[in-house]
Write a new protein. Structure first.
Length: 242
C-alpha cells in the first residue's frame, strides 16, 4: 500500500541545510497498524507529512496504492489528500464554532463527491460519529466536549471517506492515561475492521497497541520490529510473548 525508497528531506534555513530524513526505505501493507517512534527531531513528523502528501521529499520515491505520488497532478493530489488519507493531530484541529457534526462533514464539502445531497452528507457524518461512540454528542461544539471526545470527533472526520490509510501524529499527546486508553481502543477497533493505521508516539504503552514499531534516529530507520499478539489478545513486544 505504501512503498518509500531512498527518502531524503533537506530543509533550507538561510544558508544552512537541515537533513531531516537521510534515506528512508519503508513498506506498509494494507491493514497494518504501525507505530513510528524516535526522539524529538528524529524526522517523524517530516516523514508523516510526506506520506500524507502534505510535503514533498527532496530525493526518493513514494508510491501510494501503486501510484507514484511525484507523478500526480494537482487534481489527483487533492483527491488523494482528501479521500485516501485520513489525518489526526495531537491538537485535534477542530473548527471551534462548528458542531461535531459540521466538523466531521467538512471533508465531504471539499470532496469530488459534491454530488451528494445535503442529507446524504449528514447521514455519512452521523454514521462516522456513531462509529467512534459519539452518537449523543453530534450537536456539541468543541468547547462543550472533553479532550477525548474532541479527538474522537477528529477521528470520525479522518475516517469519513474510508481512507486507505489513517495517519495520526501523537494523537494521545495531549490526553491523560484514561482518555489515551479510550482513543487507543477506537484505533484498535478500526484496525480490527480493516483500517490501515500509522501513528507517531513517544510512549511505549501506546506503541504496544500496534503490530509493528519503526524507530527513527537522526533521519534514518534505527529498527523496524513486529509486536506479537498473545492468546489473550493483548499486544506484547516480540520476544516477550509467553
Ligand atoms: N519546516 C522546517 N524547516 C526547517 N527545519 C525543519 C522544518 N521542519 C522540521 N525541521 C527540522 O527537521 C528535523 C526533523 O523534524 P521533525 O519535526 O520531523 O521531528 P520529529 O521527530 O517529529 O520531532 P518531535 O518528536 O519533536 O515532534 C529537526 O531537526 C527539525 O528542526
Ligand atoms: Mg513531530
Amino acid at each position: 500500500m505504501i512503498r518509500i525508497r531512498g527518502l531524503r528531506k533537506i530543509y533550507r534555513v538561510g544558508t544552512e541545510a537541515v537533513h531531516a530524513l537521510r534515506g528512508v526505505d519503508l513498506d506498509i501493507s494494507a491493514n497494518e497498524m504501525v507505530a513510528i517512534m524516535g526522539s524529538s527531531g528524529s524526522g517523524k513528523s517530516t516523514m508523516m507529512n510526506i506520506l500524507g502528501c502534505l510535503d514533498t521529499p527532496t530525493h526518493g520515491t513514494y508510491e501510494l496504492d501503486g501510484r507514484a505520488v511525484s507523478q500526480m497532478g494537482a487534481d489527483e493530489l487533492a483527491h488523494v489528500r482528501n479521500e485516501k488519507i485520513g489525518f489526526v493531530f495531537q491538537s485535534f484541529e477542530l473548527l471551534p464554532r462548528q458542531t461535531a457534526l459540521a466538523n466531521v462533514e467538512l471533508p465531504l464539502v471539499y470532496s469530488r463527491q459534491a454530488s451528494l445531497t445535503w442529507r446524504e452528507r449528514r447521514e455519512r457524518a452521523e454514521r462516522s460519529l456513531r462509529r467512534v461512540g459519539l452518537g449523543s454528542r453530534m450537536d456539541h461544539r468543541p468547547n462543550q466536549l472533553s479532550g477525548g471526545q474532541k479527538q474522537r470527533v477528529a477521528i470520525a472526520r479522518a475516517i469519513l471517506n474510508n481512507p486507505s490509510i489513517l495517519m495520526a501524529d501523537e494523537p494521545t499527546g495531549n490526553l491523560d492515561s484514561a482518555t489515551t486508553a479510550e482513543i487507543l481502543s477506537i484505533f484498535r477497533q478500526l484496525h480490527a475492521e480493516g483500517q490501515t493505521i500509522l501513528m507517531v508516539t513517544h510512549e511505549n504503552d501506546v506503541a504496544a497497541h500496534c503490530q509493528r514499531v519503526v524507530r527513527l534516529r537522526d533521519g534514518r530507520i534505527l529498527s523496524d520490529l513486529p509486536i506479537a499478539e498473545d492468546e489473550a489478545g493483548k499486544y506484547v513486544p516480540a520476544g516477550q510473548a509467553a
